[in-house]
Design a binder for this molecule. Structure first.
Ligand SMILES: [Fe+2]
Ligand SMILES: [Fe+2]
Length: 225
């Protein structure tokens, strides 16, 4: 069975591997550097979209304690920092020392962020959401990922992708936070009245946590008791 956090962990493993490969390149391997940066960019952009559109809003919605919510805000800020560093890496000359330094900074940034997600946020998510909710989130992310990958690989959408990518740098996190709140509320509404407190209930309840990207699945929830 697919689970949201294991799906995200798989992405983490892949991008960390690519960043390690990038770190081991030299100024002479310019082509290899460019290839790797392109792959890293695709992995990071798609992964952060899945988190920002689907996983983070669901997490924020499920979190009721202040310190649990703080992880959401921190993670969103860290995505923003990556949005600032990545274009700089892309713009720097792969034959320069500067490129190597920027690649190292990006790697450290990602490793720190991934570590925090995996050791704190994902663990809390597993406590705040039940198995069905985590599976529904995974399903929604699989669907969304297919669309994002297709968009990324389609030459017709490439110019739009570049504009969007550059715009990320200037979108403040307040916009992302507000967006997450709206999505989270939408998810809550779809789940109906069942979700208050995010209790880890047993198999009895099957609720829909589809985001705007996924189709809404039928909801059969055993009320009360
Ligand atoms: Fe993240
Ligand atoms: Fe992540």
């Amino acid at each position: 069975m697919l689970n949201a956090t294991s799906l995200l962990r798989e992405d983490h493993r892949r991008v960390k591997e690519l960043l390690s490969q990038l770190e081991s390149t030299t100024e002479r391997g310019t082509k290899r550097r460019e290839d790797l940066v392109g792959r890293i960019e695709m992995e990071l952009k798609i992964h952060s979209k899945l988190e920002e559109e689907i996983f983070y809003p669901a997490y924020k919605n499920a979190a009721s304690k202040k310190e649990d919510k703080e992880l959401f805000y921190e993670a969103t800020e860290e995505h923003h920092v990556v949005d600032m560093v990545l274009p700089e890496l892309k713009a720097s000359d792969p034959a320069s020392n500067e490129f190597g330094a920027k690649a190292k900074v990006l790697k450290e940034l990602i490793e720190h962020h991934v570590e925090e997600e995996e050791t704190e946020m994902f663990k809390k998510a597993a406590r705040l959401m039940n198995t069905t909710e985590l599976q529904d989130l995974a399903d929604a992310m699989v669907v969304r990922k297919k669309t994002l990958v297709a968009q990324w690989e389609n030459p017709l959408t490439a110019p739009f992708k570049k504009v969007q990518s550059a715009a990320e740098k200037f979108i403040g996190t307040s916009v992302k936070n507000a967006k997450a709140s709206v999505i989270g509320k939408g998810m809550k509404a779809m789940k109906g009245s069942k979700s208050s407190g995010g209790s880890k209930s047993s198999r009895g309840s099957k609720s829909s946590v589809r985001s705007k990207s996924g189709s809404s699945k039928s909801t059969s929830s055993k009320r009360g008791r």
